[in-house]
Design a binder for this molecule. Structure first.
Ligand code: MF3
Ligand code: CO
Length: 289
């Protein structure tokens, strides 16, 4: 254990170690001794980084608010892309999806049986009764934020209406379960229980992720699992919770034509909500929603 108490803290705060993460490290070490999976230092954010990620988050939320205001029946998903792209750029920010691992657009739009990573297109028109996830991610001054919302287009079938609402509740259950010195598995179990008690299933292959300094950081945030397992949650961690809830079976496949769009294997619909959260000393703070 580093006992150079007067050296600058490893977190980059410019404070002395003894006034910054010394007590934190002691606590972390005691958990590690008891066998906990502890987070790497690289994903523990300092105050400055948190402020920057909050600035990015603010823009990300404004983008989603703008989409909420404008989304309507008859609109193409490419028009959603245009709204997202133009507003983001007008704020001096960059849409994180654009060119990410070759992704061709500035937002993901996933309709009905599309689970996630749907690519906006002028040919895809929103129809009455559709449900759609719009997933927005922003880079501002090099800092990342990420959130998605579901939208119901006009009158939707009661079964879809319920799916969208329960998916949101699943996220909320995950948020309630997330606390400092708890575990990733606490979130997973809360989400999974709520989904399954409603007769739904949870996608396993995709989950949430650390975010902030990069688009996707450690840890992987599973939405299936057991409480008390997985990585320890500690103050300064920032990650998304973004359960994908399927009406039918959990199985998915990736569209071989575009190599991006994730769909349900059985063709039943899927819904997803995503927030970025910060773990604080006392609880969690939702950064973008
Ligand atoms: N926003 C997605 C997430 O929640 C990631 C999309 S990657 C992209 O992690 F390239 F498809 F945009
Ligand atoms: Co995400």
């Amino acid at each position: 254990m580093n006992i150079n108490r007067n050296a600058p803290c490893w977190c980059g705060s410019n404070k002395k170690y003894k006034h910054c993460h010394l007590e934190f490290d002691k606590k972390l070490f005691s958990y590690a001794q008891r066998g906990a999976i502890i987070p790497p230092r690289s994903i523990i954010k300092n105050e400055e980084q948190i402020q920057r990620i909050k600035e990015s988050s603010k823009i990300n939320t404004a983008v989603l608010d703008l989409v909420s205001k404008n989304i309507k029946v008859g609109m193409s998903t490419d028009e959603i892309n245009t709204i997202v792209h133009e507003f983001t750029v007008s704020q001096g920010a960059i849409p994180a999806p654009l060119n990410f691992q070759g992704y061709p657009k500035s937002v993901c739009t996933s309709i009905n049986d599309e689970v996630c990573h749907g690519i906006p297109s002028p040919e895809v028109i929103l129809e009455e009764g559709d449900i759609i996830n719009v997933d927005v991610s922003t880079i501002y001054n090099g800092y990342f934020s990420d959130a998605s919302r579901m939208f119901k287009i006009g009158e939707v079938h009661p079964d879809l209406d319920k799916l969208v609402d329960v998916a949101k509740e699943c996220l909320e259950k995950g948020l309630e379960a997330a606390k400092p010195w708890g575990f990733m598995g606490d979130i997973a179990e809360a989400v999974q229980k709520h989904a399954e008690s409603n007769g739904y299933s949870v996608v396993r292959e995709f989950g949430g992720h650390g975010v902030g300094l990069q688009f996707h950081e450690e840890p992987f945030v599973s939405h299936v699992g057991k409480k008390g397992t997985g990585m320890l949650l500690v103050p300064g961690m920032i990650f998304t919770i973004e359960p994908m809830i399927n009406m039918g079976k959990p199985d998915i496949f990736i569209d071989s034509e575009d190599d991006w769009t994730v769909l349900t294997e059985d063709g039943y619909p899927s819904a997803q909500w995503e927030y970025t959260v910060l773990v604080t000393e006392t609880g969690i703070e939702i950064l973008t929603y």
